[in-house]
Design a protein around this ligand. Structure first.
Ligand SMILES: *[C@@H]1O[C@H](CO)[C@@H](O)[C@H](O)[C@H]1NC(C)=O
Ligand SMILES: *[C@@H]1O[C@H](CO)[C@@H](O)[C@H](O)[C@H]1NC(C)=O
Length: 356
């Protein structure tokens, strides 16, 4: 079947790109890509597997989206030392993973090295999101994850449903504006969602690690080839498929727009022949933004990040910081053993500028 083989090729390309085989990771717990297998959901949640054993409090939450998906979230409300910061309320941070990853991925390194625990130890109230379809977010009010209907979504739905739901949930629980941190696809859905104004009242700052908006400069030709072959097929069967098709459309077309159903389908879905475009320049100009990207990251290519920065050129420059790490690759931002020194401490510093 051509659809499937193209999917596999594209999937492998993404995996190959993000998982650099020669990198040393801090731990061998877990593996990427397992989300897309048909494995039965684990009995234990992420808290029990990878947080509480290290002496942190951790709460499991379930969030229902407006289209009926039930997402799991983990909250690490305080650091190992516990206690409040001189009576001050802790600020909530929402951490959003990327493609072929889930909330678990952030926790693969030791407590001294992973982002959620470092943030908790620095006095933040940490919330970890898991998008629909990932291993710990495989429930729906009535759809069965074994059926294709469950998988009929692309990242548009993550923008329209998942992100607003988790934001609303954290906001309702904490009553405070939220610092957002996205990696990879988590940056794309953040950028587009914030540009649509969905979280205007709930967002305090945004950190984008390996930002993906434009992906036209993807270095590996193989990916482009696979993307073309794949998009040609036009018979998306499952959602992982549809989501990858949507990404492949972005690689092919070099624009950030909603899912392209073809002219007839677009008229039905959007009332227009072409999919609506996301206008990243609509992100509020005074939103504090921290961008960090690497020189060895074909998914968040340096030239593509340049295009993104063009879109943000009207942004209040005192509110926009950009960090470039020339030796950093895509996964180093979540699993690099020196990510604490190079990136996470910078995030904590960035947050501290916007405490009030
Ligand atoms: C947050 O609270 C509001 C007001 O009570 C409610 O309408 C909304 O559904 C809640 N959102 C979430 C995601 O829990
Ligand atoms: C995008 O938004 C910016 C800022 O609001 C505006 O100036 C620009 O015209 C918009 N572009 C498009 C294509 O709508």
């Amino acid at each position: 079947m051509q659809v499937m083989s193209s999917l596999v090729v594209l999937g492998l390309c993404f995996l190959f790109l993000v998982v650099k085989p020669d990198r040393a990771y801090g731990s061998s717990r877990g593996s990427l890509g397992r989300n897309n297998g048909a494995a039965a959901p684990a009995v234990d949640g992420i808290c029990a597997i990878s947080v509480t054993p290290y002496g942190y409090k951790c709460q499991e939450h379930e969030v229902q989206t407006d289209d009926g998906y039930i997402l799991s979230m983990q909250r690490i409300p305080e650091g190992r030392a516990g206690g409040s910061m001189g009576g001050q309320k802790k600020q909530p941070v929402l951490i959003q993973h990327g493609i072929f990853a889930d909330g678990f991925t952030w926790l693969m390194n030791s407590p001294e090295q992973n982002l959620p625990m470092i943030l908790a130890d620095n006095g933040f109230d940490v919330w970890i999101a898991n998008t629909r379809g990932t291993q710990f977010s495989r429930k729906h009010v009535f759809l069965d994850p074994a059926r294709p209907e469950y998988w009929d979504w692309s990242w548009d739905e993550l923008v329209t449903y998942d992100l607003p739901s988790v934001f609303g949930f954290v906001f309702n629980h904490t009553g405070q504006k939220i610092h957002y941190i996205g990696h990879s696809l988590g940056t794309l859905i953040g950028l587009t969602s914030f540009s649509e104004g969905h979280q205007a009242e709930q967002l305090k700052s945004a950190t984008f690690l390996c930002p993906i908006a434009y992906v036209s400069h993807l270095k590996t030709k193989l990916v482009r080839l696979a993307a073309k072959a794949f998009v040609g097929d036009h018979e998306p069967q499952s959602t992982a498929t549809k989501n990858l098709v949507h990404l492949a459309q972005s690689v092919r077309d070099g624009v950030i727009q909603k899912y392209d159903y073809g002219e007839e389908g677009n008229r039905k879905h959007y009332g227009e022949a072409k999919p609506p475009v996301y206008n990243i320049s609509n992100i509020p100009r005074d939103l504090p933004i921290f961008i960090s990207h690497g020189g060895l990251d074909p998914l968040s290519d340096v030239e593509d990040v340049g295009l993104l920065l063009e879109l943000l050129k009207q942004h209040d420059e005192t509110k926009l910081s950009v960090q470039f790490l020339k030796d950093y690759a895509h996964l180093d931002f979540i699993m690099g053993v020196n990510a604490k020194d190079l990136v996470y401490n910078q995030i904590v510093q960035f947050f501290s500028k916007y405490q009030q």
